[in-house]
Design a protein around this ligand. Structure first.
Ligand code: HEC
Ligand code: HEC
Length: 423
């Protein structure tokens, strides 16, 4: 771990007498609060020129969000997005007609579900009230993340349409992800159909609804022509389903948060507390070591030892080996993908297990150096105690709140299947 990521201010700044510090706005604000030395907020002697000395954007190299990268074979198209939206909200995709994508990715819960672990088939109610009615059904193994801004997910540092998806990065590219929930027993499938038949049964249900077939034909005219010529079984197939769904999900972006306005030059977009939180994020608390770049994620996998609730994932009960499931490399056990922190204030609870109710709980977890998981060897933890004061924890939470910008969408009044729309 290098000093500039975690540590205090550069020595030349710390050692300089207070009187010699440039009295610019941020410096004087933080000096008043007695934080200047701890936070390294005096700056000013970098090569940026005099006006840059209190500019956190320059100091930390804060970047705006890049343009969305679309896969070459699925460029954005309004008809496909509109179709994908209807399917996203339509429980027609689940065997029991009782689970839509939106059941676990609901606008009013930040496009997550407001629960620790999601409940799929046989569930009634939404959000924290949802409960299972079938005694043989189990909750999902992992917490439902937001789907807002997932089109910006990266592959390590690479800006690409093939970004890592899921808590363990087991899938890259939205087009490949969006036809997987239909196959999962506890997500959408239930036990009405075997996994091999699950996607075909979804497609068969959609093909029986003339309104959908027309919408697919309008959104995919070339595929419709191929289907008419007998070269494709139907215009409704796994390719068109995944392309429409992926385009809708990719269209769910929010990149005009207070933080984004600040990066774009509106220096009043962040309060003093939020600016202090931003400084802590980059310096004393070292969050930026993993939550880096405009998505606040390095799109790498780390061991922090978040507590595990619920059934765990596939192997030992109450245990989720994380990235190990994908690579089977021992050193990847208990690594999870650094989640984006965009909109994080809208998507409680937190972590792959949903085991932390509030943002303050999460910051306190990092402040004590993580390690809430009984099976994770403390020597493997990639974080250590931070010594943050209560005030500093509050400032970090305030800063995280500036990363919110939720897309406003209208939930469809009805969907072509006629089933109840989760809202
Ligand atoms: C029963 C709840 C449930 C349903 C239904 C569901 N999801 Fe999810 N979704 C989850 C969970 C849980 C995860 C995280 C799984 C993991 O990481 O292993 C997830 C992850 C995702 C992600 C990845 C986000 C990221 O940043 O990695 C996307 C995208 C997504 N879902 C889209 C969809 C779409 C599209 C549908 C409908 C076809 C859908 N989901 C249906 C619970 C659900
Ligand atoms: C060593 C890398 C690393 C550092 C340093 C780090 N994080 Fe994280 N963070 C992660 C990983 C990995 C997860 C997901 C862990 C899991 O789900 O088990 C996470 C999860 C989170 C979450 C939950 C997000 C969600 O959607 O559930 C928040 C909030 C968060 N971190 C904030 C912070 C803050 C604030 C700091 C600095 C005090 C910080 N992190 C430092 C790697 C890191």
């Amino acid at each position: 771990m290098s000093a500039d990521r975690r540590g205090g201010p550069p020595a030349r700044c710390r050692d300089r007498p207070a009187a010699a510090r440039p009295a610019r706005r941020l410096c004087s604000v933080t000096a008043l609060l007695g934080l200047a030395a701890a936070l390294g907020a005096c700056g000013g002697d970098d090569a940026q020129g005099p006006d840059a000395s209190d500019d956190l954007v320059l100091r930390y190299g804060l970047e705006p969000m890049p343009a969305m990268v679309h896969p070459a074979d699925n460029p954005p198209d309004p008809d496909r997005i509109a179709l994908g939206k209807l399917i996203f909200f339509d429980p027609v995709q689940s065997s029991g007609g009782d689970v839509a994508c939106a059941t676990c990715h609901l606008p009013r819960f930040g496009f997550a579900d407001g629960r620790d672990l999601p409940l799929g088939p046989s569930g009634i109610g939404l959000g924290p009230q949802r409960r299972l009615t079938d005694p043989d059904m189990v909750p999902e193994a992992r917490h439902s993340p937001t789907v807002v801004n997932v089109g910006f997910n990266r592959f390590g540092a690479q800006v690409t349409a093939d970004g890592f998806m899921f808590w363990d990065g087991r899938v890259r590219r939205l087009e490949r992800l969006v036809t997987l929930p239909q196959l999962e027993f506890s997500e959408m499938r239930g036990d009405a159909v075997p996994v091999e038949a699950a996607l075909d049964s979804v497609l068969a249900r959609i093909r029986r609804i003339p309104e959908y077939v027309e919408l697919f034909r309008a959104a995919f005219p070339e595929r419709a022509a191929l289907a008419d010529a007998g070269a494709l079984e139907s215009v409704v197939d796994s390719t068109t389903l995944s392309q429409a769904l992926a385009q809708f999900v990719r269209s769910l972006t929010g990149v005009e948060s207070a933080y984004d306005r600040y990066v774009a030059g509106d220096r009043d977009a962040l309060s003093d507390a939020a600016r202090r939180g931003l400084i802590l994020f980059h310096e004393k608390a070292g969050c930026v070591r993993c939550h880096s770049g405009p998505m606040f994620s390095d799109f790498q996998f780390h061991v922090v030892g978040a507590r595990q609730l619920g059934p765990g994932f596939q192997t030992t009960p109450h245990d989720d080996p994380g990235r190990w499931l994908v690579t089977r490399v021992e050193s990847d056990r208990y690594r999870f993908r650094t989640p984006s922190l965009r909109n994080v204030a809208e998507t409680a609870p937190y972590m792959h297990s949903g085991g932390y109710a509030t943002l303050r709980d999460v910051v306190e977890f990092f402040n004590r150096g993580g390690g809430d998981h009984p099976f994770v060897d403390p020597a493997r933890l990639e974080i250590e105690p931070l010594g943050l004061t209560d005030q500093e924890i509050d400032d970090l939470v305030t800063f995280l709140g500036t990363l919110s910008d939720m897309p406003e969408i209208e939930i469809p009044e009805r969907v072509p299947s006629g089933l109840a729309v989760p809202r």
